[in-house]
Design a protein around this ligand. Structure first.
Ligand code: ZN
Length: 192
């Protein structure tokens, strides 16, 4: 049997095996990976693989919180960006573009947000502003830098079947610690 014939027989076998995909799941993960990779290679020429290349989408959200501190649920905005991207499988990054604001994931529960605010204010009280060396520069937002550090810069959410693949009750929030001015959040979505 020539090498070419052997390969096409192998491909046929793989295709048949893939129809038994559910049965294959019970074998080892390494084995399934091998089968899947070989199948994809046999099905797609390099050019169509290129056509399937990762898409990317970028959007900036903008906020102007009228108070020094605040939390807002930005899940609807991220959801809208995902729909605009047309991406069905991939990853979404949502990051605060300012060093005195955060993006984080947690529960949309107002008591919890009050608890965060009180906890952060205990850890890094805004007043007195002269307790911070950062404020020696004439700024008054050292506490906001610290609050941002502990609440985080960004989140990554998996995109599955065109939707944000959250765990129970997970929502995305923008945390403002030095507001009353326009600030931005980056949404970057990659996938296909
Ligand atoms: Zn500062």
């Amino acid at each position: 049997m020539s090498m070419r014939m052997a390969e096409s027989t192998f491909e046929l076998m793989l295709r048949k095996m893939l129809t038994l995909h559910k049965i294959l799941i019970s074998s080892s993960a390494t084995h399934i990976f091998f089968i899947q990779v070989e199948y994809n290679r046999s099905k797609q020429t390099p050019s169509t693989l290129k056509g399937h290349c990762m898409k990317s989408y970028r959007k900036e959200l903008s906020f102007n919180i009228p108070s020094r501190r605040g939390f807002i649920n930005i899940t609807p905005e991220v959801d809208a960006a995902l729909r605009e991207s047309g991406i069905r499988e991939g990853l979404t990054l949502v990051s605060a573009m300012h060093i005195t604001a955060s993006v984080f994931i947690n529960d949309d529960e107002s008591g919890l947000h009050q608890d965060y605010d009180q906890w952060l204010e205990k850890l890094a009280p805004h007043e007195p502003v002269d307790q911070y060396r950062h404020n020696d520069t004439g700024e008054d937002n050292a506490d906001a830098h610290m609050k941002r550090q502990i609440m985080g810069r960004e989140v990554v959410v998996a995109v599955t079947n065109g939707k944000l693949d959250f765990g129970p009750w997970e929502q995305i929030f923008y945390g403002e610690f030095d507001g009353r001015r326009r600030k931005r959040v980056l949404v970057k979505i990659i996938g296909e």
